[in-house]
Design a binder for this molecule. Sequence first.
Ligand code: ZN
Length: 68
Amino acid sequence: MSDNVMYDSPTEFLHDVASVGACVAQSVIPHDKGGYVCACSCERWEVIATSRDEGLRLARAHTGSSTG
Ligand SMILES: [Zn+2]
């Protein structure tokens, strides 16, 4: 009957992911070798864009916001 302790962890895990992997801010920074490095505060997303506009578009696509 003490096996129930195991089932307390999933909730804690989900809470951790939400706070660490939050997409609160994206950056589009010019790269030395051309192009723009796009990164997100979630630290799980980083791509090279050909232009600043493209980078901003990719950032919007990453966060799931299609406005604009
Ligand atoms: Zn993100």
